[in-house]
Write a new protein. Structure first.
Length: 360
């Protein structure tokens, strides 16, 4: 399938937003220097929204891929689709899960740190192994390293559900189906009879809405009012992530609906033409390792905290300098670890994945 411009680089910026979201929370919890006013600075509080945009980005790409496969081959190979998902997602997912369980149950107790594990270990392992980490995280709060897996679970839950449906829905009806599914699911999401969808953050409508928008743009290099619309969309996205305008003035359903449309529209807009900055080799590579950045960042924050307590705290640095060093250390170590993981661990499975790729 032809590469869609600008999308890969966007992943990196979203992963960094998640990192910026978790650093001050960790520092405050462990009594390390942190930006006292971070809760009032929107850019430090957009980690969850960044994950929702990850959902939109995923749906934009993968639903498009499944649709094109069905158009060309009159069917969808579910076996190959799920093998691709397994080879891309499972190795790092299960590695982080293993590290997290060892960290909270073995490593911390060994070094004399207390962490309350208020769950049955077998139950926690089973919930995680069978891709229900969002349920595990909400019910038991098993620690940041494990809790970051919640979004991966939701993504896999959605594709286990949607891929077989796209196989049986007639090709000519897929766009209408996605639009109907998105609106119906959004209503169910906020219906009290289905409160578990909200509790476990099963926001499937982000995937399906952006998938619908992606299909509308197939074979289109432009659309009416593109120039007028794109700057408005970019401005709204900037305001969404850097201000509280929408959060303060929308109720939850309005905020989700607005974000769902905004993310899909943004992805549709930036996918039409290459943007030189976003197509740079550096940003493209950083986007390629964004899965690792997201998955490893909670581990690295723990390491940075340990380094600070054992080394940096002895130098009597100012709070401002300590905070700056902690951020730089966390970001650089996370990117470095993601790079080595991508090159020496994930790439082994990605090479295997290539033989199951769909090529239009």
């Amino acid at each position: 399938m032809k590469s869609i411009p600008n999308i890969t680089s966007l992943r990196f910026f979203l992963a960094i937003l998640v990192l910026l979201f978790h650093i001050p929370q960790f520092c405050e919890k462990h009594e390390l220097p942190f930006i006292v006013s971070y809760k009032s600075i929107p850019l430090f509080n957009r980690g969850v929204e960044a994950v929702f945009m990850f959902f939109s980005l995923s749906g934009f790409l993968i639903i498009r891929q499944l649709y094109l496969e069905k158009v060309e081959r009159k069917t969808i190979s579910l076996k190959k689709f799920f093998l691709r998902r397994i080879l891309r997602i499972f190795p790092l997912y299960y590695l982080i899960l293993t590290i997290g369980l060892l960290h909270y149950h073995v490593i911390l107790p060994f070094f004399g740190f207390t962490f309350e594990n208020n769950y049955n270990l077998v139950e926690g392992i089973l919930l995680s192994i069978f891709f229900m980490p969002n349920i595990f995280a909400d019910l038991y709060h098993p620690g940041g390293i494990i809790e970051v897996l919640w979004s991966i679970g939701i993504e896999e839950q959605f594709y286990l559900f949607i891929a077989p449906l796209l196989l049986v829905v007639p090709t000519s009806k897929i766009k209408k189906f996605l639009m109907f599914f998105t609106l119906l699911y959004l209503l169910l999401f906020f219906n009290d009879n289905f409160s578990f969808l909200r509790q476990f953050q099963m926001c499937f409508f982000y995937f399906s809405c952006s998938g619908f928008i992606s299909l509308l743009l197939i074979n289109k290099t432009t659309y009416k009012f593109e120039k007028q619309l794109k700057y408005l969309i970019y401005l709204l996205l900037l305001l969404y992530f850097t201000t509280d305008i929408f959060k303060d003035n929308f109720n939850p359903i309005q905020h989700h609906f607005f974000g769902m449309i905004l993310f899909g529209a943004t992805l549709g807009t930036i996918s039409l033409k290459p943007i030189p900055l976003l197509e740079s080799k550096l940003l493209n590579y950083l986007g390629s390792i964004s899965y690792g950045i997201y998955m490893y960042h909670a581990i690295v924050i723990q390491i940075a905290g340990f380094i600070y307590l054992k080394k940096l705290s002895t130098y009597n640095l100012s709070n401002e300098l300590s905070i700056l060093i902690f951020y730089l250390l966390s970001i650089m170590l996370t990117i470095s670890l993601a790079h080595f993981s991508y090159k020496y661990f994930e790439m082994f499975f990605l090479k295997m994945k290539k033989k199951y790729n769909y090529h239009s």
